[in-house]
Ligand binder design. Structure first.
Ligand SMILES: Cc1cc2nc3c(=O)[nH]c(=O)nc-3n(C[C@H](O)[C@H](O)[C@H](O)COP(=O)(O)OP(=O)(O)OC[C@H]3O[C@@H](n4cnc5c(N)ncnc54)[C@H](O)[C@@H]3O)c2cc1C
Length: 479
């Protein structure tokens, strides 16, 4: 028989301490959702299911005890750290879940500048690590827009990626070793080595698990020398996305590795650069690293762009101002909330990836379908921001006025239909429906289609590591 809420709370206090188990009604309500439902959350509407408690663990051993207890009694557990999730990964899909919060595990354990790696607990804000490293002349190279708020555990759990990814890669290219706790309480530590060929790379069972397989407690990432004095940032306006994709492809296939590659369509460009884009697309590059490499890369990219007469270089100060203000912190969140309440206009994003031969068709098909099929749209656009030798991502940006509906209807009237169109068109073209925000709970209905015959591997991981299905029900794996 399942435990009551009171019994769960009583046991959790016995395992941890009163101070670590929070049951305040308001906290529980706000801990039942994430940014996917922020229109409801901003309006104070919460429809549940609600968790029994939020527990703040302070060590891997404590996390193991909580997980063992939850596993024994079949209680759903939702791990979290920075709480910036956008895809419903933090929603408590089952009444009386335990929200397992790692934000008190926030120590930088070691910065090893000889072996060029840094080790942190899961609740360490990336900003904290990055600031400490930069003071010492180093960087992680990881710069997601949510850097001021996201923590190392969540960044690894979602397979996050940052603005300099074309040079440094995504988090999966940065993680050296890890520690994670599995539902049966087993604490697994993957040691820090430069590379090994000792069977499959087991880091990848943990990276991207979105709290659906295990709880990450410690992360070691690579570090790099920080040489901002060598950064070269430059940008252009141009007529079409098609040309922009061609240029990005040419840069990548010829072996150049700028840290920033960004191509905005007209609507998204106007949102970010109203002072100069004038109805055009915008293309941005940054090169960095040792002076000689940065300068040679910038010169070569400029040569490539020069072959496309529709590209007009813009004053680099415009780009620098944009770049300095790109990241989001708590004050941006507060301002956004106030604006949404006042205007009833809300924006969301959906990120996908595909090969160079498919990306433009996906872009066109999605934009056209959203404009035709979803009412009250005020912005339908997007940008490519992470390039690879074999393709790129697309970050669709969609804003709409919420008209004639209750806060709790916003998702079904607008957000889900938009997501569905983008996922359908991407999968139809052979791309991936998730580039970096994770599957969460709202793309899990398509997870089998995403992986095809390889879903067998993913499903077997879930059955093996979480046979009782207590880890973040509905996330990645359909509920
Ligand atoms: C304004 C804004 C900008 C963003 N920009 C970017 C961007 O540039 N690049 C990018 O990749 N993402 C971006 N995101 C998405 C989000 O910030 C990332 O997904 C980030 O990695 C989440 O980290 P977090 O610590 O906030 O995790 P949380 O929000 O706490 O959790 C995210 C997911 O990971 C799981 N999880 C959290 N901690 C653990 C743990 N210790 N063990 C196991 N599972 C865990 C949760 O259950 C959940 O499913 C952005 C979000 C916002 C709101």
């Amino acid at each position: 028989m399942s435990l009551t809420k009171a019994e769960i709370v009583e046991q959790l206090i016995k395992i941890l301490s009163e101070d670590q188990v929070v049951t305040d009604e308001e906290v529980l309500k706000r801990s039942s959702v994430d940014r996917f439902r922020r229109f409801e959350e901003i309006h104070g509407v919460f429809t549940g299911p609600f968790p029994a408690a939020v527990v703040y663990v302070e060590s891997a051993a404590e996390a193991a005890e909580v997980l063992k207890f939850a596993n024994k009694h079949g209680i759903n557990v939702v791990p979290r750290t920075g709480q910036t999730a956008t895809e419903g990964g933090l929603e408590t899909a089952v009444e009386n879940s335990i929200v397992l919060d790692g934000s008190r595990m926030n120590k930088i354990i070691n910065i090893d500048t000889y072996n060029m790696q840094a080790t942190c607990q899961c609740g360490t804000p990336l900003q904290l690590l990055e600031d400490r490293l930069r003071d010492l002349g180093y960087t992680t190279g990881h710069s997601p827009q949510s850097k001021p708020m996201a923590h190392l555990g969540g960044l690894v759990a979602t397979r996050s990626i940052g603005q300099f990814s074309t040079l440094y890669g995504g988090i999966e290219d940065m993680v050296v070793g890890l520690e994670a706790v599995f539902p049966d309480g087993h604490i697994a530590r993957i040691k820090n080595v430069p590379r090994r060929a000792a069977g499959p790379d087991i880091r990848h069972v943990i990276i991207g698990n979105e709290g659906a397989l295990c709880f990450i407690t410690e992360v070691t990432v690579k570090i790099y020398k920080y040489m901002p004095e060598n950064n070269i940032l430059f940008g252009y306006t141009l007529e079409s996305m098609k040309t922009g994709f061609e240029i990005l492809r040419e840069v990548m296939v010829n072996g150049y590795r700028p840290s920033v590659t960004r191509l905005y369509d007209q609507e998204d460009a106007f949102y970010h650069f109203p002072h100069f884009s004038e109805g055009k697309c915008v293309l941005i590059f940054m090169t960095e690293g040792p002076k000689a490499i940065s300068e040679a890369s910038a010169a070569a990219i400029r040569e490539i762009v020069a072959r496309y007469p529709e590209c007009k270089e813009v004053d680099s100060r415009y780009i620098e101002t944009w770049f300095e203000n790109l990241n989001w912190d708590a004050s941006d969140v507060a301002q956004e909330r106030a604006e949404i309440l006042e205007t009833k206009n809300i924006g969301n994003t959906t990120e996908i990836s595909a090969g160079w031969d498919k990306i433009y068709d996906i872009y066109e098909a999605c934009v056209e379908r959203i404009r035709n099929e979803v009412p009250d749209m005020t912005l339908v656009g997007g940008h490519a921001s992470h390039c690879y030798i074999n393709g790129t991502n697309l970050y669709f940006v969609h804003y709409y006025n919420v008209v004639d509906c209750k806060p709790e209807e916003e998702i079904t009237k607008y957000h889900l239909p938009i997501k569905k169109i983008i996922v359908e068109e991407t999968l139809k073209a052979g791309g991936s429906m998730c580039h970096h925000h994770g599957v969460g709970k709202y793309r899990s209905p398509w997870i089998k289609e995403e992986h095809g015959s390889a879903y067998y591997i993913l499903e077997t991981l879930k059955k093996s590591f979480d046979p009782r299905g207590i880890m973040n029900k509905g996330t990645i794996f359909p509920g």
